[in-house]
Design a protein. Structure first.
Length: 650
């Protein structure tokens, strides 16, 4: 027994100092004084919890006031680091977590009892016996058993259960795993405090709702002193993203971010009790968080309350995903994820990139990325920046996002100067490979595009280099035939093709030498092609070399119409004409492209059309093979020189 002056313990309170073997037994007056002090710390936490749930117009003011009080309480404590004066106590009598200054314990001269180092003295069959422990405390403190009102055994068991541990592990640690012990560092204690351990009765605070988002939730891992937080920022309904491009404000539509964070230490605590979140990218490509009490306004920014965590470095493990309202494929404008950043990071994808909003491509990792100022995608107030990465599961939605945002500015790249040239090249190569892709089984376009991306960009780049080599005079007809067959078989893959992609495809299909080669080198040479075009074609056309040539012309002709039919507006058409080349980053003469389109393939040119008409079939006039072409009816060959007038939709 300690040399403690005997006091009247008529209605005593029993308290345990977390992470230690020390229990305190208090007199009634000491206990009441302890409760009053503990409430000074728990009150602002409870007020914050209530304010977050508030549905009135005063919600934000109430949240700010509660956070201001918490920051005032924590500022001197955080400044002391691991020497902080804050002490975490378990109120066995009142069943709950409490926080008081260490100085309060010393000043009170509380009677204490320390567990024996050897737990065998208070164990039964090798397990901690809480009834024996209670008896030991009574014997050593001389508190009468009948006045020891706390349900000690039940309370200690409930406390240990709150973090899924046995009482002996909670008090003595795990002999088989020295790391399996209650984290009692100052950082862990303050995280538990800000996470709401003292905000409600009982030992388990449960799942809370937190103020960095109206729909954010978190669960506190008490034993480890960490919190798993998740929720949409700024809200589930999204945020109207507007970005200044070239001095002109552009509306990028609704956007939202989903945050999955493992909050820990001072950085995690700062997120919970600060006005906003500051996002920072590490050199390793990981996202790190901390709280900030700066709130942006039209005139700049203002401080919201005192910042107890000023100077604290960003930390925590955080994963984020960015979502947009996509019209694909149903037109229903549903939320879709188009990029993410996993908690483990993704190397240095997008490292060093700057700007409010950028879409880029990292050649080293072979991944597209979306870099954004946090305030753009998380709402006004958030600071720092986030670099999201596009994976195979999101690639179709990402391609749709780029396409529709470009479409919304009438395919004017000056108003969409957020996509870098490397990304334009990589996207064009990806979509070109997608058009050529031979699916091994019936799958959606989204799944097939993901399959192409999963091949990796080294493979895609190598494939495109091979195509370029085949585009020499002796091979380009074979490439055009394969391309035409792919387009005619799977024309829905053209749905999200940007002008650069359509321009490239048309360039490959409208080379003047393609059809001329058929005539110049003779029909006879192409009779073996029948076997390559499939048994069905051979059966339909009867196998003659002449009919093979006609089939090839029809196939290329139809593929051109398919590409043109997916042009959406006159501006789209203009951009397609200006990108009829193999390099998507250069522009070409609009007039020359039209000349190539109408006179180059040996299909639309009047002289070659007249030559072609000499080879009429027994059935009469030749018709374009366009069974599935959108918005185009079968028309005689002579009329299709007016294709621009017929299919371009303004």
């Amino acid at each position: 027994m300690d040399n403690h002056k005997v006091k009247p313990y008529l209605e005593s309170g029993v308290i345990h100092a977390t992470g230690s073997k020390t229990f305190y037994v208090l007199t009634d007056s000491e206990y009441q004084d302890y409760i009053t002090t503990a409430e000074e710390y728990s009150k602002p936490i409870k007020q914050l919890a209530d304010a977050v749930q508030d549905q009135s117009k005063e919600r934000q003011n109430k949240v700010d006031q509660a956070k201001k009080q918490i920051n005032q309480k924590l500022k001197p404590l955080v400044a002391m680091g691991e020497k902080t004066d804050l002490k975490e106590l378990i109120n066995i009598s009142g069943k709950g977590w409490t926080y008081v200054p260490k100085s309060k314990i010393k000043a009170g001269g509380w009677l204490e009892y320390k567990l024996p180092e050897n737990k065998e003295q208070i164990s039964t069959n090798g397990k901690l016996d809480l009834k024996k422990l209670k008896k030991q405390i009574i014997n050593h403190t001389k508190v009468k058993a009948e006045l020891f009102e706390a349900d000690f055994s039940g309370s200690m068991t409930s406390w240990a259960d709150s973090f899924n541990r046995k009482p002996e592990t909670a008090l003595y640690g795990n002999p088989k795993d020295p790391n399996d012990k209650l984290d009692i560092t100052a950082k862990a204690q303050i995280l538990r405090y800000t996470g709401g351990a003292s905000a409600s009765g009982g030992y388990s605070p449960g799942t809370g709702t937190y103020s960095f988002s109206a729909e954010a939730h978190g669960s506190l891992a008490l034993f480890e002193g960490k919190m798993a937080a998740h929720g949409y920022i700024p809200s589930k309904k999204g945020y109207d993203m507007r970005c200044n491009i070239g001095g002109k404000e552009q509306d990028f539509g609704s956007i939202r971010v989903n945050l999955e964070a493992g909050l820990s230490a001072f950085a995690g605590a700062s997120v919970l009790v600060s006005a906003n979140i500051d996002f920072q990218m590490s050199d390793a490509g990981k996202l790190q968080l901390k709280g900030t009490n700066q709130r942006k306004t039209k005139g700049g920014s203002i401080a919201v309350g005192g910042n107890a965590f000023a100077g604290v470095e960003a930390g925590c493990e955080a994963g984020v995903s960015v979502w947009w309202k996509s019209p694909e494929p149903s037109g229903a404008m549903e939320w879709e994820e188009f990029a993410e950043l996993k908690a483990e990071g993704d190397g240095a994808a997008g490292a060093g990139i700057d700007g409010e909003f950028k879409i880029g491509f990292d050649a080293k990792t072979g991944k597209f990325y979306v870099h954004a100022k946090a305030t753009l995608v998380c709402g006004i107030g958030a600071s720092g920046s986030i670099t999201f990465v596009v994976y195979a599961k999101q690639i179709y939605s990402f391609v749709a996002y780029v396409y529709h945002k470009l479409k919304n500015v009438h395919f004017n790249y000056k108003d969409f100067a957020v996509i870098e040239k490397d990304a334009i090249k990589a996207l064009t190569n990806l979509m070109t490979k997608f058009i050529f892709y031979e699916a091994k089984k019936v799958e959606s376009d989204a799944k097939q595009l993901a399959n192409v991306l999963n091949e990796g960009f080294k493979e895609i780049s190598s494939w495109w280099d091979g195509i370029l080599k085949l585009l020499e005079p002796s091979k380009k007809l074979e490439v055009a035939m394969k391309l035409a067959d792919s387009i005619n078989t799977n024309h829905t893959r053209l749905t999200l093709t940007r002008p650069e992609v359509k321009g490239r495809l048309l360039f490959m299909l409208t080379d003047l030498s393609l059809v001329a080669k058929l005539f110049e080198e003779g029909l006879k040479k192409y009779s073996p092609l029948l076997s390559d075009l499939g048994a069905i074609v051979g059966m339909i056309l009867g196998g003659s070399a002449y009919e093979t040539v006609i089939y090839i012309i029809h196939a290329i002709e139809d593929a051109i119409l398919q590409v043109l039919s997916y042009i959406q507006t006159k501006n789209d058409y203009t951009q397609v004409m200006q990108h009829m080349s193999l390099d998507p980053t250069v522009t070409v003469d609009h007039g020359e492209s039209e000349k190539l389109l109408y006179n180059g393939a040996g299909v639309y040119g009047r002289s070659l059309l007249r030559k072609l008409k000499k080879y009429k079939t027994d059935k009469g006039k030749l018709y374009f093979y366009q069974t599935d072409t959108k918005s185009i009816k079968d028309t005689p060959v002579e009329q299709n020189q007016h294709i621009k007038k017929n299919i371009i939709r303004s």
